[in-house]
Ligand binder design. Sequence first.
Ligand SMILES: [Zn+2]
Length: 234
Amino acid sequence: MSDGNGAPNLKVVDAFDLDDELRTLLRPGEMVKDEKGRRHRLPRYFYEVPSHDVAMQTRLTHHFGLNEFILVDLKENQRLQQFPTYVPCAVRTLAFYLEQFRAAAGASVHIAVNGGYRSPAHKMSHGATPHMWGTAADVYRIGSTILKTKELIEKYNEVAEDLSDDLHVLPMGHVTGSAADDHVHVDLGYITLIPREISEDRMEQPQENRPRFAYEERRRKERRHSVEEASEPQ
Ligand SMILES: [Zn+2]
């Protein structure tokens, strides 16, 4: 399901075309306020993940599989725990940054359950958090080191901050109403990704009986190979 080159060959769907239940859960295009009262527009374009097997097999980057970003438990809405399930397309941008973070940290980076994409219906979704955009990850372990002390969290927060101004981290103790705070939170803010295959030339409303989706184009390397093969002398 992937060319191993950073882009999953998954179907991209406009969430306005999904059924009523899914639209109600994913709330495409709706505005949500963050804790400072700033408004952010929820993503509209999602990868459709048809099965657990596909989630397991799809690589977003060399070291990150799609499955790692959609691991949820009962805190997620029941429908969204089933397949097909949906994840905002910006998740692949997050994976790219996490791949750089992994290299800078010098060890494998492990995302917690409920620590990747969380839908607006997820029990931990209070106000706009980048988790609802698929652009945040809660990392609970790096290599064999469990991130449960202030020192460790500050150390890896610094690694993330040194890596790019695009990466935002939260101090230890940022999880309100939670008994434990044992992870490094990194996010890219409220990025929404509109795949190039998608045309935006219509109003933001459901199109009755006209589902719109696209398959992502094959990436450069794969295209190049197929051109080379086609132009090889017989
Ligand atoms: Zn987080």
